[in-house]
Design a protein around this ligand. Structure first.
Ligand SMILES: Cc1cc2nc3c(=O)[nH]c(=O)nc-3n(C[C@H](O)[C@H](O)[C@H](O)COP(=O)(O)OP(=O)(O)OC[C@H]3O[C@@H](n4cnc5c(N)ncnc54)[C@H](O)[C@@H]3O)c2cc1C
Length: 330
């Protein structure tokens, strides 16, 4: 929100519910409803589905005269180690176009081509696998409240809004699970079991995916005049719900660096781009790993065992308002 407002594009999330999102989001532990503690550093936020934010930002960009080219195919980067890198692509009609650039922002996601333009011996990939996955499900059923998380012996579960008519369901599952093992009926039954309560309304399911939980960081976050942003440079556990914010952070740092370079002929911000963003990313990765382990180890002991479950539950309690129910010591 802060970054969008500072760049004058806060209107892209207008109409989406603001406020302290975390403390308003119930957590169900073995079916018992708990509330997050309100932190001193809680800031204004908004529940805005990512596709809505992207659509609104595109609208603002085009309205303000931005040049955005859709349907670019066979994209490739050249001469990124020089002062005039080139981006080549094919238009929808098959003709080839070349754009001569001062800088290239490689913001084409984890499977994009930007990162592959960097010589292999320059990049180091650091990765952490959590050992489980999420079945992520898109359904045409609204979430009410906007987000519910659940910790349960059968595994983690969540339902998060994706606008007034849709939501995403998340169910922790083994890495080896396939979408075929999760017919629609099983999804709803399992969600209700982990929530410990009926889920209403239920709606048609339009997409299912199995996403392994992991953290990935590529270093350095660029080479020559190419800068890597967002998922092209790092993946963060979706438990942290930080991937989009990290991408926006990178864009903010790069944009400030380019403006300073162009307006003041000062490249210090650009020179520090990779270090600044890596520092921020590692900070967020650290809290994402802690949060992911705490939420998952607290539930199904099948992965890390009962000892870690008890530790994770104690860690979880430090973030919650006291329970109204008497505590079991088993
Ligand atoms: C299950 C799950 C849940 C998540 N939940 C959240 C959440 O709640 N909050 C949050 O902040 N983040 C969340 N994330 C992470 C978030 O979605 C990503 O971190 C974010 O989309 C990264 O943005 P990006 O712009 O770097 O990449 P992307 O969103 O992947 O965008 C890359 C773009 O580049 C385009 N592209 C790729 N290759 C090419 C090419 N060769 N030519 C032209 N175009 C190309 C793609 O079409 C795409 O439009 C979640 C991720 C997952 C998997």
């Amino acid at each position: 929100m802060r970054v969008l407002n500072e760049w004058g594009v806060g209107e892209a999330v207008e109409g989406h519910s603001h406020g302290d999102s975390d403390s308003g989001m119930p957590l169900l532990i073995d079916g018992e409803k708990r509330q997050w503690k309100r932190g001193e550093d809680d800031v204004d936020g908004a529940f805005c589905p990512q596709q809505v934010l992207v659509r609104n930002l595109i609208r603002v960009f085009l309205r303000d005269g931005g040049d955005l080219r859709f349907e670019a195919r066979d994209l490739s980067l050249h001469d990124i180690g020089t002062e005039q890198p080139l981006v080549r692509y094919r238009e929808a009609d098959g003709s080839t176009r070349t754009v001569t650039c001062d800088f290239v922002a490689g913001a084409d996601g984890y499977r994009g081509v930007s990162r592959t333009a960097i010589p292999e011996d320059v990049l180091t990939c650091f990765t952490h696998e959590f050992g489980y996955a999420w079945l992520t499900v898109l359904t045409e059923a609204p979430a009410d409240p906007l987000a519910v998380l659940a910790v349960h012996a059968r595994g983690f579960a969540a339902q998060i809004t994706r606008g007034p008519h849709a939501s995403r369901l998340y169910l922790q599952c083994p890495l080896t699970d396939t979408v075929e093992q999760w017919p629609d009926e099983r999804v709803w039954t399992e969600l209700e079991a982990r929530f410990g309560t009926p889920v209403d309304p239920q709606g048609p399911i339009t997409n299912k995916q199995v996403v392994p939980l992991r953290g990935v960081v590529f270093s350095p976050m660029g080479f020559g005049r190419l800068y890597l942003l967002g998922d092209a440079a790092h993946l963060i556990s979706p438990m942290s719900a930080q991937g989009m914010s990290l991408a926006l952070h990178d864009a903010d740092v790069l944009a400030r660096g380019v403006v300073q370079h162009v307006e003041k002929n000062d490249s210090s911000l650009l020179d520090g781009y990779s270090d600044t963003c890596l520092n921020h990313t590692w900070e967020r990765q650290a809290s994402a790993v802690w949060m992911t382990q705490t939420m998952h180890d607290s539930g199904d002991p099948g992965y890390e065992g009962e000892f870690r479950k008890q530790i994770a539950r104690k860690n979880l309690e430090t973030m919650l308002e006291p329970s109204a129910a008497p505590h079991s010591t088993s």
